[in-house]
Design a protein around this ligand. Structure first.
Ligand code: HEC
Length: 99
């Protein structure tokens, strides 16, 4: 019976493996660029619950999410709130400004 418990514990980890992350990244490219660029996504550092809410919010606005699970795993693993704060890139306007 122990093996069964082991399987139950291992499965969620397997879901967040490199394959799911790659699938999630592809899903992001497909489903998240219709209305805005990815910078607004990649500067976020959110918890799993917050990313989950974010996906619900975007889906409600019409984001055509198909592989929600992989997308969520990718976002949590890559832009989770345990990640270092993203550098804020300067806007084009600021870069073109004369000193
Ligand atoms: C139907 C259009 C649309 C699509 C598709 C879309 N978004 Fe958005 N998203 C918006 C709008 C509009 C805003 C800015 C509104 C605001 O300020 O809350 C936004 C803002 C955001 C923000 C900034 C935080 C926030 O809630 O404002 C994040 C993060 C985000 N989107 C993630 C995503 C992800 C991930 C996907 C792909 C699943 C996605 N978006 C696809 C419309 C969309």
């Amino acid at each position: 019976m122990k093996w069964l418990l082991g399987l139950v514990l291992v499965l969620p980890l397997a879901a967040a493996g490199p394959e799911a992350i790659e699938k999630g990244k592809a899903e992001e490219k497909r489903a998240c660029v219709g209305c805005h660029g990815l910078r607004i996504v990649h500067v976020q550092r959110l918890s799993r619950a917050q990313w989950d809410r974010e996906l619900t919010k975007m889906a409600g606005w019409g984001a055509p999410i198909k592989d929600r699970e992989a997308l969520l795993e990718y976002l949590v693993a890559t832009y989770g709130d345990d990640r270092a704060v993203a550098p804020i890139p300067r806007s084009e306007d600021a870069s073109n400004r004369k000193k």
